[in-house]
Design a binder for this molecule. Structure first.
Ligand SMILES: [Zn+2]
Length: 240
């Protein structure tokens, strides 16, 4: 597929990015977030877990707080100061009513026009099996964007229904429909990913900065083929 991609919509002010784990947004999406916040838009992050099962050599009781700190630091690099965590268990997030309720409550609280999540298909490009957490969260995000607007679903003492989500954008999707020019913010994306230092040092023997840069340059270079040669981050956009 080499058809050119149109740019993402820009007539919005508030976005909420919802993903399963610390680092999910930094493997690509954060460079786009940096551009949006530089333009004066508000972006908040909601992490469904603290990624406590993500480092083989660090037990969950220590890894959870460590990864929470790394996530807050990586968000700050791209202009995001609101970072919230839900207490679902890393690795065994269940798709279901509890997850939809938690996500709908967050959407009602933040009142975003754009909701962002991560690829939830079975595989990454047909080559790598996706994780059960990504699959559960991505599907629940799309469902909760609608749930949040229905006063009869999850009624109660919480925030008022919010039916203002206009799009859900899925980062890393197999079949992207839109892209964001990150030529000016890729470096911020690299530094944002690099904040997950303990995680990355446990993952690879490569120099952490070289690892982050080569990964993100590779992804954005590939997207550039469909975006007029500009380094880009792609999304599959669902309209509501
Ligand atoms: Zn993940």
């Amino acid at each position: 597929m080499t058809e050119p991609l149109p740019p993402m919509p820009e007539d919005w002010r508030r976005a909420l990015a919802i993903v399963a784990h610390p680092d999910d947004l930094e493997y690509g999406c954060a460079s786009a977030v940096a551009r949006w916040t530089a333009e004066g838009r508000e972006v908040a992050y909601l992490l469904v877990t603290r990624g406590e099962a993500g480092i083989d050599t660090v037990e969950p009781a220590k890894a959870g707080p460590l990864r929470e700190r790394e996530q807050r630091a990586s968000a700050a690099v791209v202009g995001v100061s609101e970072v919230e965590f839900l207490d679902h268990e890393d690795g065994i997030i269940e798709y279901g009513v509890r997850l939809r309720r938690d996500l709908a409550a967050a959407i009602r609280r933040h009142r975003p026009e754009l909701v962002i999540t991560l690829h939830f298909g079975d595989t990454w490009g047909g080559r790598y099996w996706n994780t059960p957490d990504h699959k559960a969260v991505g599907r629940a995000v799309l469902d909760a964007a609608a749930d949040a607007g229905n006063r009869w679903i999850f009624p109660g003492d919480g925030p008022e229904p919010w039916n203002g989500v206009r799009w859900v954008a899925v980062a890393g999707a197999d079949e992207p429909t839109h892209a964001v020019d990150v030529g000016d913010t890729l470096e911020q994306g690299v530094r944002s990913l690099l904040e997950h230092r303990a995680y990355i040092e446990a993952l690879t023997d490569e120099d952490p900065e070289a690892y982050c840069r080569s990964f993100l340059e590779g992804v954005t270079r590939q997207a550039a083929e469909r975006f007029d040669g500009r380094p880009a981050v792609t999304f599959r956009l669902f309209e509501r």
